[in-house]
Write a protein that binds this ligand. Structure first.
Ligand SMILES: CC(C)(COP(=O)(O)OP(=O)(O)OC[C@H]1O[C@@H](n2cnc3c(N)ncnc32)[C@H](O)[C@@H]1O)[C@@H](O)C(=O)NCCC(=O)NCCS
Ligand SMILES: Nc1ncnc2c1ncn2[C@@H]1O[C@H](COP(=O)(O)OP(=O)(O)OP(=O)(O)O)[C@@H](O)[C@H]1O
Length: 296
């Protein structure tokens, strides 16, 4: 059993790392079509300031999700906290959707971490995935199943329904296969090979983009937008990914091409944030140093 003080420490650390991981995602550049400190990518209605305000508004949410997870809260309670967080995000940004996907994905991961801390279990990636499945998997599957019989209620659901894609809700119902099987391993492989943080994160983003059914891309560029974006990401990886000497120019050229078509892989961005969080919280306590804007 955990000690109350231990739980408090864990809540604080896990929530802080969530905000830091989303900040690391925001400041990363180049990111095709996405908002960074350098430019607004494909977005005319938001800039980095919106993301900063949103992050500030969300800091207590992640702590609440860890605590709810520690208490073994039913999914309906997590959902309520998620909906409140969305409302807070929208109030902070003046109605702009900056972190809807991240609230959902990272929030669930925080709950799973809370559950494990309370049970005295280690915070390893496979364990976090396993606990998410065991504790809230059935409710997430039921939610996805229900959504599939109702008229689409969001851009993402509409895109997924129309083209038979695996939506954000479906990813969650399967305990985030792309995150755990592609994004995180890509990030960890690059880090283990000694790549600097910036390159490792760019590599993980492109590896994610190459396989994810990112409904943001469909919403903005049709199914053709999704296919072209996935191909561009795969080509980047085939040409050496973020390891080659010209990686930055190649990534920036893809960014420019995405901006010209208003394409934005928001789902891949969310999963990159989640992968950064996982890499951080599953690493040995002494070893880390999240956001860095350092050039490499
Ligand atoms: C399931 C969520 C993400 C909504 O997703 P939905 O598919 O309905 O579409 P929407 O257009 O709102 O997209 C949400 C975001 O998910 C991300 N995303 C897109 N595609 C994917 C994908 N394949 N995998 C993961 N994330 C993705 C993008 O950032 C996108 O902006 C969630 O925000 C939600 O249901 N919100 C409603 C309030 C709620 O119940 N919250 C509960 C929190 S526990
Ligand atoms: N760095 C980032 N830059 C841009 N978008 C990001 C970034 N990180 C995450 N995202 C995700 O992209 C999504 C925003 O994209 P978009 O504006 O297309 O969504 P929308 O609100 O569904 O559509 P629209 O505004 O076109 O009606 C957010 O859900 C957010 O989670």
């Amino acid at each position: 059993m955990y000690q109350a003080a231990d739980l408090d420490t864990a809540v604080h650390r896990l929530a802080r790392e969530a905000v830091r991981a989303l900040y690391a995602e925001l400041v990363l550049e180049p990111k095709p079509g996405l908002v960074s400190l350098r430019d607004n990518g494909s977005h005319s209605d938001m800039h980095a300031g919106h993301f900063m305000r949103s992050l500030f508004a969300l800091r207590h949410y992640f702590a609440r999700m860890v605590r709810a997870g520690a208490e073994g809260a039913p999914f309906a309670e997590l959902e309520q906290l998620g909906q409140q967080a969305e409302a807070r995000m929208l109030a902070a940004t003046g109605g702009v959707n900056t972190h809807r996907g991240a609230i959902f994905c990272l929030g669930l991961l925080c709950a799973s971490a809370g559950w494990r801390v309370a049970a005295g279990l280690p915070l390893d990636a496979e364990g976090l995935r396993q606990s998410l499945r065991a504790r809230w998997g059935a409710a997430l599957r039921a939610r996805a199943e229900r959504a599939s019989h109702q008229p689409p209620r969001s851009n993402g659901q509409r895109a997924a329904r129309e083209h038979g894609l695996h939506s954000a809700g479906d990813e969650a119902a399967d305990a985030f296969p792309v995150l755990f099987e592609v994004s995180l391993p890509a990030l960890q492989r690059a880090t283990a090979a000694g790549w600097p943080d910036r390159r490792a994160r760019v590599q993980a983003l492109f590896a994610t983009m190459a396989v994810l059914d990112d409904t943001n891309l469909v919403h903005r560029g049709g199914i053709r937008g999704l296919h072209d974006a996935r191909q561009a990401a795969q080509r980047f990886l085939d040409e050496g990914g973020a390891a080659g000497a010209d990686w930055r120019d190649r990534a920036r050229a893809i960014h420019a091409a995405f901006v010209a078509r208003r394409l934005s892989p928001g789902g891949a961005a969310d999963l990159l944030g989640a992968a950064c969080w996982l890499a951080q919280v599953t690493a040995p306590a002494s070893s880390k140093r999240l956001p860095t804007t350092a050039r490499a």
